[in-house]
Design a protein around this ligand. Structure first.
Ligand SMILES: Nc1ncnc2c1ncn2[C@@H]1O[C@H](COP(=O)(O)OP(=O)(O)O)[C@@H](O)[C@H]1O
Ligand SMILES: [Mg+2]
Length: 227
């Protein structure tokens, strides 16, 4: 790799959906370069394609055209098993809904992404460290229903970071939280991603959260415009 290579490169990325008689353009020409340690907030009106973009970077959705390179790899050239491994090792997700498994404890939820790997004891220790780091050391055996909204999102952040992924993606992670809790959760996302030297991308409607990140971009008319 050359010294100016980026960990994430999107070049002329398009995404459209087929509709009767044509296609519905969502992402028209998205260009983006980010490296580990960068943190970018993405804002834009509802329906602009923010989630579509984030899911594509998370390799959960495919582009219609254009080039996506993540950590020097074209993920969409991988077979499905390799792609799942690539995603599990390299990308952490936090969604607006926590998507914790209701029947599992806090600790078990955080450990889910590690189940495919080995070293269960190391993973357990790391999960406990992370949960302590976000103030949940006393909640390891709680079920998600026994937590507050902010606590659930903190568990979701720990789950996203348990494999120490170089890329952390968050789609409106504070959208369901009151302002004070949202600030705390947003702060944790930034702090923890910095500690792990991860790249952080956050889609948010919160001007405060966007302002707290070093880079900001607006998704408008299918294009990403950095401000
Ligand atoms: N599977 C799909 N088929 C057709 N249109 C879709 C599909 N998924 C999303 N869209 C459309 O793409 C647009 C962008 O959606 P989304 O990325 O969720 O926007 P945002 O997250 O910015 O609110 C919306 O207009 C939505 O209707
Ligand atoms: Mg969305």
């Amino acid at each position: 790799m050359t010294s100016n290579s980026c960990d994430l490169e999107l070049t002329h990325v398009r995404k459209s959906y087929p509709i009767p008689g044509g296609e519905l353009p969502i992402l028209v020409d998205v260009n983006l370069r980010l490296s580990r340690g960068d943190a970018l907030a993405i804002t834009g009106p509802s329906g602009a394609g923010k989630s579509t973009l984030l899911y594509m970077i998370g390799t959960l959705d495919t582009p219609t055209a254009g080039a996506v390179r993540i950590l020097g790899t074209d993920p969409f050239a991988l077979g499905s098993a390799d792609l799942a491994r690539f995603r599990n090792a390299n990308i952490g997700f936090v969604f607006q809904e926590h998507y914790l498994l209701p029947q599992c404890s806090v600790l078990e939820n955080v450990l889910i992404p590690t189940l495919a790997g080995d070293g269960a004891e190391a993973a357990q220790a790391r999960a406990q460290q992370l949960l302590a780091r976000v103030g949940l050391a006393e909640r390891l055996r709680h079920r998600p229903a026994e937590l507050s909204g902010g606590e659930r999102q903190r568990v979701a952040i720990c789950r996203a970071l348990i494999n120490q992924p170089p890329i952390l993606l968050a789609d409106e992670p504070t959208g369901n939280l009151d302002r004070h809790t949202a600030e705390a959760v947003g702060g944790l996302l930034l702090e923890l991603s910095r500690e792990q030297n991860a790249m952080l991308m956050v889609v948010t409607h919160s001007a405060e959260l966007a302002a707290s990140l070093p880079r900001r971009a607006d998704l408008v008319d299918g294009k990403l415009v950095e401000s």
